[in-house]
Design a protein around this ligand. Structure first.
Ligand SMILES: Cc1cc2nc3c(=O)[nH]c(=O)nc-3n(C[C@H](O)[C@H](O)[C@H](O)COP(=O)(O)O)c2cc1C
Length: 274
């Protein structure tokens, strides 16, 4: 059995916090109070790192992460409830972008942060395709326009409901309501039939949308693009989507050419208390 945890006995407080926090319940305390894995724990462990994160004395390494590699939390970086509320509610979908490229480092930073979004069983299934060149993004928008044209013919009712006719008419007049002249597009994909992918990718994209404004960036879900990726072969071919994989979502990103001065109203929560 591989060692899923290594405990530094001099540091261990024998407080049982790692045991209590383990989501799969695969740690126990030995007769001296030190944490030890239960039988077959190595086959069940999801490598979530809770045991390392929860240990106040940093006494425990996990098989995939040494405590020394896990960033300590800084109290002074905590934000107030008021700051959190304004920050979250002030995020807007950005549909006007400066024609200025985003630095690769910023995109890499955002994708690394998105890796912290929750995923079922910590599978972390999300893979990214970064369309980094504005001309390539326009090419993708053009392919989505071809798909819209086909949809309007093939499924007129559905196309009308999603305003596809208007989006296509605008495209034909030179206005891009598909990918909004964004300089970059982040495409999230995963193996087909990966059970955890739809929720994980929505979550990962939400992280990106939330994190972006702190880096001076704006984002917008690419809904028409994502939908077209479900069925439109020429688009998948242009993306060079690897065999056996599917697109589960995509988000435009760039420096915003828009500034907001207030928070628009939203519906009150539709709520039943049980
Ligand atoms: C799944 C999904 C798909 C979306 N697709 C598009 C899109 O294709 N084009 C667009 O301009 N906005 C798109 N949006 C953005 C929504 O219109 C936007 O979130 C909503 O109007 C609320 O505005 P806010 O994000 O600024 O609060 C999409 C949002 C979601 C969640």
């Amino acid at each position: 059995m591989g060692n899923i945890i290594t405990v530094e006995r001099e540091k261990c407080l024998k407080d049982g916090l790692c045991v209590a926090d383990c989501p799969l319940n695969i740690l126990t305390q030995d007769k001296d109070g030190y944490p030890v894995p239960v039988e077959n724990a190595d086959k069940v462990c999801i490598d979530c790192g809770h045991c390392v994160a929860v240990c106040p004395s940093g006494a425990l390494d996990q098989r995939k992460m040494a405590v020394a590699d896990c960033v300590p939390l800084k109290k002074e970086l905590e934000i107030s409830a008021e700051q959190m509320e304004q920050y979250l509610c002030a995020r807007r979908s950005i549909r006007r972008y400066l024609q200025k490229p985003v630095e690769d480092k910023k995109i890499e930073k955002l994708l690394a942060i998105a890796g912290y979004a929750p995923s079922g069983h910590n599978v972390q299934p999300t893979k990214w395709l970064v369309i980094n060149d504005a001309n390539e993004v326009r090419k993708m928008a053009g392919l989505v326009a071809d798909w819209l044209r086909w949809m309007i013919e093939d499924q007129p009712e559905f196309a009308k409901m999603l305003h596809m006719d208007k989006v296509l008419a605008a495209w034909d007049k030179g206005k891009d309501l598909i990918l909004r002249n964004a300089p970059h597009l982040l495409v999230a994909y995963a193996p087909k039939n990966e059970r955890t992918a739809p929720a994980a990718i929505v979550s990962a994209i939400a992280y990106i949308e939330i994190a972006a404004p702190a880096l001076g960036l704006g984002t917008c879900w690419a809904g028409y693009f994502s939908r077209a990726c479900q069925t439109f072969k020429p688009l998948l071919k242009a993306l060079c989507m690897p065999e056996g994989h599917a697109v589960y979502g995509a988000v435009m990103i760039g420096y915003p050419d828009a500034e907001y001065h207030r928070i628009p109203a939203r519906k009150d929560p539709d709520l039943i208390w049980h």
